[in-house]
Ligand binder design. Structure first.
Ligand code: NDP
Length: 311
């Protein structure tokens, strides 16, 4: 599949809308790789560095969109994308839109439906990287939406990071992205809760981090085993840490005894307690997944009452 080519009226290969920290990093990587790039930002004056590297600076969104066959949006959020692109939709018609703005899965699907209505080829991107990782293989960007567009622009996407296609449901890349961030933020909250606990006896957060980081790193080796149990659906397989053994009420109590708000760990204990109360205490800790997951439509009739209920 060949890359979208510009017609004689178009100035550049790619137009980048949004020159915040991430948009600037993406544009810089493209310029460094020898691509011709038009850039635009709502607030003028953020393009000087990119211009010195050879970028064409557009004076309006309309001009930017018209300049290239591929338009990349890296704006703040869903509303920014709609506000920016809505007025120039007729200019976008026939072009490929790669939207790497963080959106929820449903927002991505709405953008894909909107794009389809106006003859715009839509690819949604979820950036799993900070700006300094752009242009390296360490960064990851997930994509979903038009497979045709993904194949066509892959050489460009690969300039930014390691690219991964997640299917034609435009919301899937965002879903995986936000699920990954959910794990990350809960880990950070857990660390900060622990730091608040040890602070009551004078340990600094830095001293605690030096101990917590290698411990958490070692614990991540357990993720694959939990995943195997969840995928297999049998929480009685021998060798699992049981829910009864995992009762964390002493941890919640210790936190409260120190005057530290136990909210993060109390949320985990609540999930464990719910499964124990339903009679699953001897089964594996991974069973808390059953309190969290969405109902499975095909097996719903066969599930027990406490199963398949979102927390
Ligand atoms: P910044 O806050 O640095 O930049 C935001 C950009 O959005 C600016 O160009 C800003 O323009 C523009 N913008 C905001 N509102 C509007 C609007 N209503 N109309 C037009 N333009 C608007 O954010 P980042 O560049 O860091 O992030 C951009 C996207 O990338 C976000 O969705 C973010 O979640 C995602 N991302 C960022 C990561 C990071 O580490 N930075 C990591 C992963 C994803 P102006 O200058 O005029 O305000």
């Amino acid at each position: 599949m060949s890359e979208p080519t510009r017609n004689p009226a178009q100035l550049t290969d790619i137009s980048m809308l949004g020159l915040g920290a991430m948009g600037s990093a993406l544009a810089t990587a493209l310029l460094d790789a020898g691509r011709s790039v038009t850039v635009w930002n709502r607030t003028p004056g953020r393009a000087a560095e990119l211009e010195s590297r050879g970028a064409h600076v557009a004076g309006s969104v309309r001009e930017a969109v018209a300049a290239s066959p591929v338009v990349v949006a890296c704006l703040l959020k869903y509303a920014s994308v709609r506000d920016t692109l809505g007025p120039v939709v007729e200019r976008l018609c026939g072009r490929t839109l790669v939207n790497v703005t963080t959106t929820t899965p449903d927002e991505s699907r709405q953008l894909a439906a909107w794009a389809a209505e106006f003859g715009i080829t839509y690819l949604d991107g979820a950036v799993m990287a900070v700006p300094t990782m752009i242009g390296t293989r360490e960064g990851q960007i997930f994509y979903s939406g038009s497979r045709k567009a993904y194949d066509a622009v892959l050489p460009m996407l690969d300039i930014w990071a390691t690219s991964e296609f997640h299917g034609e449901d435009a919301g899937r890349a965002s879903l995986v992205d936000l699920a990954m961030l959910s794990g990350m933020y809960q880990m950070f909250a857990g660390f900060l809760h622990g730091a608040a606990m040890v602070a009551t006896t004078g340990m600094s957060a830095s001293e605690f981090a030096a101990r917590q980081a290698p411990f958490l790193s070692a614990m991540t080796r357990g993720l694959a085993a939990y995943a195997e149990v969840v995928d297999g659906g049998d929480y009685t397989v021998p060798g699992q840490q049981s829910l009864d053994f995992s009762d964390l009420s002493h941890l919640v109590r210790a936190s409260a005894d120190q005057g530290v708000d136990p909210t993060p760990i109390a949320a985990v204990q609540e999930l464990i307690g719910r499964q124990i109360a339903a009679g699953h205490g001897p089964e594996g800790l991974a069973r808390i997944y059953e309190s969290l997951r969405a109902p499975r439509p095909t097996t719903r009739a066969a599930t027990r009452p406490e199963e398949g209920t979102a927390a």
